[in-house]
Write a protein of this length. Structure first.
Length: 301
């Protein structure tokens, strides 16, 4: 498919243009009828508006440095100790959530420098870890060298993985009217979640008429799967039945071949038959999408 190949070329060229690649990916997802997947693309293009949705690759480790003096001696750009601080406050200083857009990060990457300012009122607390009467005059945070370039590499790599997988499933020539149907057939939504977010994926349930619910599922961690299912209205008994079905299918050929086993498939069929009833208040379309995505990501398919 021409548009897919264009984006792949942008990402894999000697001078990749990530911003343009993301813009074209936004167009591609709309053409495929996968508008709900555009949130990640928009966040990378425009920046993240809240900390809750920031991906792990944008959470950076920070070293605190500052200028210190005791009235007789003065040291600049000095690494500052933080072990004396409360654990939560120390974590606040040592962790930076990179909310900026890809374009802004590219600007930082060229200089490989980002100074994170620390308000003066916190300097007195940091000073408590210094000996010899030294006081912190000013302080700031510094990310590791290459941290910005690594974030850009993560975004490019995840997007490229998605597009390479997609290129194998879409023919070179397609009519616009065929694209949305083909997207449903190959499961573009699941493919996107798996390649972009990995095993710790975000499952989004709902449409324009229902509330969106977000949870994370960790591969082979049934507790994380249980939480998603509970939050989406499944009963504890039904979830217990799923746990038993997963155990029963443990050594099956289907699971070895990255397919659902018979017991889990039967369980899903039973649950979909309950959708839209008093037993499970969710529409059938959302039920199928939730169960297939959640269970597939639990297995890591």
């Amino acid at each position: 498919m021409k548009l897919i190949e264009e984006i792949i070329d942008l990402l894999s060229s000697k001078e990749p243009n990530l911003t343009t690649a993301l813009m074209k990916t936004k167009v591609l997802l709309h053409k495929l009828g996968e508008k709900k997947l555009v949130d990640w693309v928009n966040s990378e293009l425009n920046g993240y508006s809240d900390l809750e949705n920031i991906p792990d690759y944008r959470v950076l480790r920070v070293v605190i440095k500052g200028n210190v003096s005791n009235g007789f001696s003065r040291y600049t750009n000095h690494a500052l100790p933080l072990l004396h601080l409360d654990a939560d406050l120390r974590k606040h200083f040592e962790t930076h959530y990179l909310k900026q857009s890809v374009a802004a990060i590219e600007g930082y990457a060229d200089k490989d420098e980002l100074a994170i300012s620390i308000p003066l009122e916190f300097c007195q607390f940091i000073s408590m870890g210094l000996d010899g009467g030294f006081q912190v005059e000013s302080a700031w945070g510094k990310c590791a060298a290459g941290a910005m370039k690594q974030v850009l590499t993560e975004v490019s790599s995840r997007l490229l993985d998605f597009l390479l997988e997609l290129s194998e499933k879409f023919p070179d020539e397609m009519q616009p009217s065929e694209m949305k149907e083909k997207s449903k057939e190959v499961g573009v939504s699941d493919l996107f979640n798996h390649t972009v977010f990995g095993d710790n994926t975000t499952i989004v349930v709902g449409d324009s008429n229902t509330q969106h619910i977000k949870n994370k599922i960790v591969k082979k961690d049934f507790d994380s799967l249980r939480k998603v299912l509970l939050d989406n209205g499944l009963s504890k008994n039904d979830i217990s039945d799923l746990s038993n079905a997963i155990v029963s299918d443990g050594g099956s050929l289907e699971v070895a071949e990255n397919r659902l086993g018979k017991n889990v498939s039967d369980w899903m069929a039973t649950m979909i038959s309950k959708a839209g009833s008093a037993a499970w208040d969710i529409n059938i379309g959302a039920a199928g999408g939730l169960l297939s995505s959640a269970i597939a990501h639990y297995y890591g398919f």
